[in-house]
Design a protein around this ligand. Structure first.
Ligand code: NAD
Length: 499
């Protein structure tokens, strides 16, 4: 492939002469098994690596949400009435359809998000695996044993779907976040109204095409549009039985408020600010390699990114040198460049401006730039991988930046390291690096995060739950726990006394 270096005043981006070409999915809402075209306003979907328009998607409103909820409600009894085995076969057929379409899904995600090949491969494969896992796990749920807990009365637990679930997904992993929600919710018998991010709807719309003919009409409905219109209408709708969101804390608060008014549960996967607590005995090469990978995966637009290094004083200087060397290996590149160590663009102009503002504000407060800190939005939205040495308590070390920015700070006492790691409002994921198993367990228990990694970061097997504490939300994605979260238990008590 011919590559050229686009040199600008500040940053350098590798590009091919030709961007990807791919057939676009049908850009419409999908309601009751039909594609529904726009009746009015539309949203332009933009290639973040070039800033050019890829597709135009209709913007829905209250009418489309009403129609989608009605279709989902009508389809609910039929879908809920099928056996787990039947639903599993449908999910497996959908997984097979996704797998057969793997290359197109990867290309659509690459174009819409600017993701490098390694990330699109992982996104699509993990989405397929989620459907396959849920299809199996949903056939073998466990619960309290049926039995006579009161004389002559046999108690048993029925596991039932909740009904109609509203789902709202973000732009950083468009297909994968849909899979994380859709697979368990469908498997336990719910029907769905889904609103993808208005920024990245393309793989969700392709999934609707693939699901057509596999899922019965009305089981999956998709309404496109902005959060403040379609997201609000969906989360406030009296016809839904749960609202599930992956997104920012602000969106979570809004959605949870609407759910509270309807007295339905919310399932929230929100932001994160993951500390990497490095002990004096850590393997520094391992830490540097892990931070370079997990801090910059998906260009740092990752809720669990290893974005905040807390290094013990005694090793901080040596570790910083190693992290700088590892991160310096990255090149900014458009997604058609198939090389190792490439980073993509920032998703859209507004977010580019937010990330640059966070970097600049930190530098103004005295942060030392170790690497990067330069951006370019002339053709796409690019920010160099950025490493900042920051003072204790600097806001950039506590607030989510959601871009290619890792901060490094130091601590002296172990108790101080723990306290500072826990200081953020978020509680999604954290990591600890030490060779000592007792230290590892002590620190892992003390960290107030939904998942804690030891000597690794961003370990996310489909079998294990992913969920946050504090402002990172509540509700479990992945694992058999997600099947619990998207279903309800009913106690059935049967009196069998004979006269
Ligand atoms: P966002 O909150 O702007 O948007 C997420 C979705 O919510 C979009 O579909 C959007 O249209 C919708 N939305 C926005 N405001 C809404 C409102 N008031 N009511 C209803 N819907 C609304 O987030 P984003 O910028 O797309 O994604 C980035 C955020 O998502 C980050 O904070 C990131 O940490 C978080 N995230 C969390 C996880 C996780 O597993 N915890 C995973 C991925 C992303």
């Amino acid at each position: 492939m011919n590559t050229q270096n686009t040199l600008s005043e500040t940053v350098s981006v590798l590009r091919a002469e030709q961007p990807f070409t791919v057939e676009m999915p049908r850009c419409a809402h999908y309601i009751d098994g039909h594609h529904v075209e726009s009746t009015g306003e539309t949203t332009e979907v933009v290639d973040p690596a070039r800033g050019t328009v890829l597709a135009t998607v209709p913007r829905g409103g209250q009418a489309e949400v009403d129609a989608a909820v009605a279709a989902a409600r009508a389809a609910a009894p039929g879908w809920a009435g099928r056996t787990p085995k039947d639903r599993a076969q449908v999910l497996l057929a959908l997984a097979d359809a996704l797998a057969a379409d793997r290359e197109r899904l990867r290309t659509l995600e690459a174009l819409n998000c600017g993701k490098p090949p390694a990330v699109t491969a992982d996104d699509v494969d993990s989405a397929i695996d989620t459907f396959r896992f849920m299809a199996g796990a949903g056939r073998s749920t466990t619960t309290v044993a049926a039995g006579d807990y009161v004389e002559d009365i046999t108690s048993m637990i029925l596991r039932e779907p909740l009904g109609v679930i509203g789902m709202i997904t973000p732009w950083n992993y468009p297909l994968l976040m849909v899979a994380w929600k859709l697979a368990p919710a469908l498997m336990v018998g719910n029907t769905i109204v889904l609103k993808p991010s208005e920024v990245t709807p393309l793989t969700t719309l392709r999934l609707a095409e693939l699901a057509h003919g596999i899922l019965p009409p009305g089981v999956l409905n998709i309404v496109n549009g902005p959060g403040r219109v379609v997201g609000n209408a969906l989360s406030a709708h009296p016809g839904i039985d749960m609202i599930a969101l992956t997104g920012s804390v602000g969106a979570g608060q809004s959605v949870a408020g609407a759910a509270a008014a309807n007295v339905v549960p919310a399932h929230l996967e929100l932001g994160g600010k993951a500390p990497v607590l490095v002990c004096p005995d850590a393997d520094l090469d391992q830490v540097a390699a892990t931070v370079a990978e997990a801090g910059f995966w998906n260009t740092g637009q990752e809720c669990g990114a290893a974005c905040r290094v807390l290094a013990h004083d005694s090793i901080a200087e040596a570790l910083t040198e190693k992290i700088v060397a590892a991160v310096a290996a990255y090149r900014l590149a458009a997604p058609e460049i198939d090389q190792e160590n490439t980073l993509g663009p920032i998703i859209y102009r507004g977010h580019y401006e937010r990330v640059m503002a966070a970097i600049n504000a930190a530098v103004d407060r005295g942060a030392q730039v170790l690497l990067g800190a330069r951006g370019d939005d002339a053709e796409g939205y690019w920010i160099e991988p950025t490493l900042l040495k920051v003072a204790t308590g600097d806001p950039i070390s506590l607030q989510e930046v959601f871009g290619p920015v890792v901060t490094i700070e130091t601590y002296t006492e172990e108790s101080e390291g723990i306290a500072r790691a826990n200081q953020t409002d978020y509680g999604l994921t954290a990591s600890v690096f030490t060779r000592d198993v007792a230290t590892a367990l002590t620190l892992a228990k003390a960290l107030n995060f939904g998942s804690v990694n030891v000597n690794t970061h961003l370990a996310l097997p489909t079998e294990m739950p992913w969920s946050g504490f504090k402002h990172s939300g509540y509700g479990r994605d992945l694992s058999a726990y997600a099947l619990d979260d998207y279903s309800r238990t009913k106690h059935l008590a049967l009196n069998h006394a004979r006269d």
